[in-house]
Design a protein around this ligand. Structure first.
Ligand SMILES: Nc1ncnc2c1ncn2[C@@H]1O[C@H](COP(=O)(O)OP(=O)(O)OP(=O)(O)O)[C@@H](O)[C@H]1O
Ligand SMILES: [Mg+2]
Length: 255
């Protein structure tokens, strides 16, 4: 049965989408079958994996609001074994619609993805920078959560709120939710600040911090504009190597 991993942090621009796209591509390269679920109305994971979002007529939105069969929203990508359920700007509206639902509105994503567990080894959900109802749905559907932490000032800002949300979801909606790991992103070893943040995160979260650190690497920021994960854009880049190591670390951890 496949594992569902949400990539979440309500802080914006910390590397959630970069992690989702490139971890997914790396897992697929290591011969795992992977489904990416783009749960952010910005649809960056969709375009970053080469989906022309203007051409999408069935997105996560239709699955949630119109109860369209999830299979109709699955698009293939340029990478063998990697599929995606794209997002749409209308997903913002979905959150408002969902708030009107009385029963089990936190469990819609869980129900939607349940049949997909038999089809894929890993399902990665790219969350929006919010702790709204859609993110709550993602965390309720997930077995674990990856928390990207940017090696920048205020890196840990908001983490206690996120951890508190996870705690509440664990106690009320999804007892099996675990922290897969804290992932340090945009790390630049030349900067004292980056090393200080690394030490601070390690001190706080210890063995919950991934051994793999994602370096700041320009190939990672260029590749989405070509609709490609970095491993197809520049397989020799530090960004590609870091994400391959992260995929191996996660596979080993889950064996
Ligand atoms: N390791 C990295 N090296 C260089 N640039 C990076 C790296 N990781 C992310 N970026 C760039 O930083 C920006 C933010 O990254 P990303 O979109 O992955 O963050 P996010 O958490 O998904 O943002 P949002 O909260 O808006 O969804 C993007 O322009 C991305 O290309
Ligand atoms: Mg994003």
């Amino acid at each position: 049965m496949g594992k569902i991993i949400a990539v979440a942090n309500q802080k914006g621009g910390v590397g959630k989408t970069t992690t989702t796209i490139n971890l997914a591509a790396s897992l697929a390269t290591l011969e795992k079958t992977v489904l990416v679920v783009d749960a952010d109305p910005q649809a960056n994971a969709s375009s970053g994996l080469g989906v022309d979002i203007k051409e999408v007529d069935c997105s996560l939105y239709e699955c949630i609001i119109d109860h369209t069969d999830v299979k109709e929203a699955i698009y293939t990508t340029d990478i063998d074994g990697l599929d995606i359920i794209p997002s749409h700007i209308d997903l913002v509206g979905a959150e408002v619609e969902m708030l009107k639902i009385k029963n089990n509105r936190e469990k819609m994503m869980k129900e939607l993805l349940a049949p997909m567990r038999d089809e894929y080894d890993y399902i990665l959900i790219d969350c929006a920078p919010s702790l709204g109802l859609i993110t709550v749905n993602c965390l309720t559907a997930a077995d674990s959560v990856i928390i990207p932490v940017q090696c920048e000032y205020f890196a840990l800002e908001g983490i206690s709120k996120l951890l508190n949300t996870i705690k509440i979801i664990k106690s009320k909606l999804n007892p099996r939710l675990e922290i897969e790991g804290f992932l340090l992103t945009m790390y630049d070893s030349r900067l004292r600040l980056a090393n200080q943040i690394y030490d601070e995160v390690k001190r706080h979260f210890q063995e919950l911090v991934f051994k793999t650190v994602i370096q700041r690497n320009v190939k990672l920021s260029e590749s989405p504009s070509h609709g490609l994960p970095v491993i197809l854009y520049d397989a020799e880049s530090a960004g590609a190597k870091n994400h391959l190591n992260l995929a191996k670390e996660i596979i080993d951890k889950n064996m």
